[in-house]
Design a protein. Structure first.
Lengths: 79, 136
């Protein structure tokens, strides 16, 4: 699942990895959409993190469809 | 006579309030609904990201303690609502940090943002933060 933080809370795109591996067109379309949003948010300066229970949080530069959950946070500045 | 006048005036104001309240509701309803939905979604993400102990700490103490991944004696104290992040070393507050997203986010999302950045990008987080050294 891709979760993008925004003023609306967070926008989510989810996909089924197993179905995508099996070539399901809907699952593949969801992955493409998530990848597009990922690239768009990165271009705006957002940072992406791979967040999985029981594992250390990891910053990622490239979209990873095998990630259980990717959280994107907007660009931050010193206040 | 004056009592009757006061009663009539009060009734007049009540009538005005009843008349304009639907209009006010129509104007503000989208904002109220939008905000509460955003807060709900942010709270979901917060629950999914924190352990039950961290969630309890945030609820009861009003802050979340995030251990530094690089300095074992350092802890970042992230407030539940807007405010400075305190840097605690060996039990003493040594610094306050001000870091904020460029986009307005619900408070729960801001807590998650601090946690993720400290855990996975501490160096970048500290570079971006404005620092205020605590003096005894």
């Amino acid at each position: 699942m891709l979760r993008v933080m925004s003023r609306r809370g967070d926008d989510r795109v989810s996909w089924d990895r197993q179905k995508a591996l099996a070539g399901d067109p809907e699952a593949n379309a969801a992955i493409r959409e998530a990848e597009r949003i990922f690239a768009q948010e990165r271009a705006k300066g957002a940072t992406a993190f791979r967040v999985e229970p029981g594992k250390p949080t990891q910053r990622i530069e490239r979209f990873d469809p095998t990630a259980e959950q990717i959280v994107m946070v907007p660009r931050v500045v010193g206040g | 006579m004056s009592f009757i006048t006061q009663v009539l005036a009060a009734l007049g104001w009540i009538a005005v309030a009843i008349a304009i309240s639907p209009m006010l509701w129509l104007i503000f309803q989208p904002y109220c609904r939008g905000w509460s939905r955003a807060e709900r979604r942010a709270a979901d993400l917060l629950r999914d990201t924190l352990t039950p102990e961290q969630f309890r700490q945030l609820a009861w103490r009003g802050y979340l303690e995030v251990p530094s991944p690089t300095e074992p004696q350092r802890v970042y104290r992230v407030p539940r609502t807007k405010g400075y992040v305190q840097v605690i070393e060996n039990g003493r507050a040594i610094m306050r940090l001000c870091v904020q997203p460029v986009e307005c986010l619900p408070d729960a999302d801001v807590v998650v943002l601090h946690k993720l950045m400290i855990e996975a990008n501490e160096e970048g987080y500290l570079q971006k933060a404005n620092k205020y050294v605590c003096v005894d």
